[in-house]
Design a protein around this ligand. Structure first.
Ligand code: SF4
Length: 320
């Protein structure tokens, strides 16, 4: 008998999921195609990240876009360690007791951004419910280090919900990232099984708070489909995001990382994604990215330029 060692490795990262029954991982449809990670720039990006002892969500989450993104030097750094205090049933990041924070990590991220000469950088983190501020001060130091080392680079952050701690959220928002991205991930009905440590309205309040406090900061949020939601429920989440003044929505297909993770309910077709994109645009988002392989950070640099252009056009139409 042969074993898929990558899947076994993924299963080991999730001790809390070992009691789950195995859920068969069916074949992916033809439209879920990812470029194999082989190019020269991909290898240089990998060496740079390893050399600076940094972690990326691209690797930790087993993202299917890694070949394409890293070939364009676009990686999403993951700060505050590789171990998350939560155990979402869709996520491939390892769960457990995290290590102490590395106080030199913010500077290393800044150095990496400078060396890679990035126009736009995306940073995410594991959830750190073990820290009194949820990691807010570390976030601020990371943003400040990037501003110091690479002042022209625009900064997009993708933090967790800080358990709804408004002081922590304000502290991070006040560091003024260009984009504050926080994913709702799924519809509220599925939170107890898919995102048990999170609360739907807590995440919505976070997004609204950031926008109210810093209207110039772009807010962004993402959803996965394929977990059992209906189109109407997705439409309701879009309405909730717009009520919280979210600028940019991303929607992608959920892919099951291992047999112990939540199963794929179904694969939405490319035509259905086009329908979701039309629906989101009609609801007034400044920017929409909805394709099977869309991820929060996919094409984030190009999308940031489009986001700015869309806001400028909207402001111009109001003043003319
Ligand atoms: S989509 Fe995001 S997480 Fe995936 S490889 Fe690209 S930058 Fe990394």
């Amino acid at each position: 008998m042969t074993y898929n060692t990558e899947l076994l490795d993924r299963a080991k990262r999730h001790p809390e999921k070992q009691k789950n029954p195995d859920r068969p991982m069916g074949r992916k449809p033809s439209w879920i195609r990812a470029k194999a990670p082989t190019g020269k720039v991909y290898k240089e990006t990998k060496e740079m990240i390893q050399g600076l002892n940094l972690t990326t969500v691209c690797e930790e989450a087993g993202c299917p876009n890694i070949g394409e993104c890293w070939e364009k030097k676009h990686a999403t750094f993951m700060v505050m360690g590789e171990i998350c205090t939560r155990a979402c049933s869709f996520c491939n990041v390892a769960t457990g007791k995290p290590d102490a924070l590395d106080k030199y990590e913010p500077l290393r991220v800044g150095v990496a951004v400078e060396k890679m000469d990035l126009e736009h950088v995306v940073i995410t983190s594991v959830d750190r419910d073990d820290l009194d501020d949820g990691g807010a001060r570390h976030w601020v130091k990371t943003i400040e280090a990037i501003r110091f080392k690479a002042p022209k680079t625009t900064v997009e952050i993708l933090p967790g919900d800080f358990k709804g701690d408004m002081d922590a959220i304000d502290m991070v928002a006040d560091a003024k990232p260009d984009v504050f991205n926080h994913n709702l991930e799924t519809i509220p009905r599925l939170y107890p099984t898919i995102r048990p440590g999170a609360r739907y309205f807590r995440s919505l309040r976070l997004l609204e708070r950031v926008k109210d406090r810093h209207p110039e900061t772009f807010t962004k949020s993402g959803l996965m489909v394929g977990l059992g939601e209906t189109k109407e429920e997705v439409g309701q989440v879009m309405d909730d995001m717009r009520a919280a003044k979210v600028d940019f929505i991303t929607i992608g297909q959920y892919l099951q990382p291992s047999p112990k993770h939540a199963p794929v309910d179904r694969f939405w077709t490319p035509q259905e994604f086009e329908g979701l994109e039309r629906m989101a645009r009609a609801k007034g988002f400044l920017m929409v990215s909805a394709t099977p392989l869309t991820r929060s950070s996919y094409h984030a640099g190009d999308d940031f330029s489009k986001l700015k252009a869309a806001r400028d056009a909207k402001l111009a139409s109001k003043t003319s």
